[in-house]
Design a protein around this ligand. Structure first.
Ligand code: FAD
Length: 288
């Protein structure tokens, strides 16, 4: 099923993100994770694409496992370091496997990579154009409530987002954020810019101190005082931090829903127990 139709047909959606393993030998472990997660009936499950596309076949394999578990898969695809031929072979593979939904991404710029005119893709919108030509896929894109780290300004970032959406995105999913006000401001900016596709809010449950350091470095997102206090007090106590992180994420989602945000995406970090506890905390709301 196309994600845009799921969004249109359901009042509230909660979806999960999973990542494939780095080595093929561990693919079975990831499938076990999927089998546990589908029991919580997420609206869809997105499957990330390894940096620089080194493990692209793994994404399709895991997306198929999601489909076999009865949940709609969303296959991520990055383009920056790819050739047109490689992208088209992945699109062929997705078509052959009846995977209808793609999150079209640029990918991060690798450390030793210099942007040049010689490469085929420079930005995600070019990939969106390429996928759109096939006429078969529901296409999502990424967006950044607190601005993409490469952008010179917020205005520039949101203008590029508008261009990307106008290339044919059906929906956009946000980078993680911990301060809902950042999302509400972003939503307003999108409305002013006439970015009218559904915005799926990405929530990352933080369950250990190491994870937050890395997540903040990568994503440029701010940490509200309330969250910093939790980290200061419980960051070194894994069991308490896990519980506090689950409750913080659940409260964040409830606040978002109370403010009219009906599409939530959980960055599960392949932890079925964490995803399950959040879904439990939302059980009545999801079925509103
Ligand atoms: P773009 O939309 O191309 O934007 C990147 C930067 O370029 C922004 O600063 C933008 O303002 C700027 N820009 C856009 N268009 C133009 C233009 N025409 N001229 C000048 N500047 C422009 N990475 C992975 O490797 N695998 C994944 O599976 C993955 N999944 C993700 C899922 C989500 C929901 C999110 C939010 C991110 C994900 N990422 C993933 C990370 C993503 O690849 C990086 O954030 C990457 O740096 C930007 O990708 P993008 O698609 O947003 O790029």
């Amino acid at each position: 099923m196309k994600i845009i139709d799921i969004i249109k047909n359901k009042k509230v959606t909660v979806s999960f993100e999973v990542f494939p393993p780095k080595e093929w030998a561990k693919i079975g472990d990831t499938k076990d994770v999927i089998n546990q997660m589908v029991k919580d009936s997420p609206a869809w499950m997105s499957v990330t694409y390894g940096a620089a596309g080194t493990t692209s076949g793994y994404t399709t394999e895991i997306a198929n496992a999601v489909k076999n578990g009865g949940v709609t898969p969303l296959s991520h695809l990055t383009c920056l370091t790819s050739t047109k031929e490689k992208i088209n072979s992945v699109l062929d593979e997705l078509e052959e496997n009846n995977i209808e939904n793609i999150l079209a991404l640029r990918g991060d710029i690798p450390k030793d990579f210099t942007m040049s005119d010689n490469q085929y893709y420079h930005h995600a919108f070019e990939l969106v154009n390429e996928i759109k030509q096939r006429g078969k896929f529901c296409i999502g894109g990424a967006c950044y409530p607190e601005t993409h780290p490469d952008s010179k300004s917020r205005v520039e970032d949101i203008s590029h987002l508008k261009e990307k959406v106008d290339c044919g995105l059906d929906f956009i999913t946000t980078q993680m954020f911990f301060d809902n006000e950042a999302f509400y401001n972003f939503r307003e900016m999108c409305a002013i810019k006439e970015i009218n596709v559904p915005i799926v809010a990405g929530i990352m449950p933080i369950t250990n101190a190491k994870q937050i350091k890395r997540s903040v470095e990568l994503s440029n997102c701010s940490l509200p005082k309330k969250f910093q206090k939790i980290m200061e007090r419980f960051g070194e106590k894994p069991e308490i931090m896990k519980q506090a992180g689950i409750i913080y994420a659940t409260e964040q989602i409830i606040d978002l829903m109370a403010n009219g945000v009906n599409n939530i995406h959980i960055y599960t970090m392949n932890k079925p127990d964490v995803a399950h506890k959040i879904m439990e905390g939302l059980s009545a709301i999801i079925n509103e």
